[in-house]
Design a protein around this ligand. Sequence first.
Ligand code: ZN
Length: 73
Amino acid sequence: MGKVKGLYMDIQENPFIECPECKDTDRQGKVQSEEFKMTSYGVYEPFETWVECENCSGMGEIERDWENEEEEA
Ligand SMILES: [Zn+2]
């Protein structure tokens, strides 16, 4: 006796995962980069800058690659 519960639990898994490229930053969807700028005294110096994360297009999360995971198994 007893009904089977939790049959659909797997479906509720989030299809999106945190983007590994930018999840450790405090700016979602951005990664730190360096940009060289000409300073007032005529030298190029690196400045820290934030650019849109290419891996997730600035979304901060990417769609889980289900097919890949199945192939690896
Ligand atoms: Zn990202």
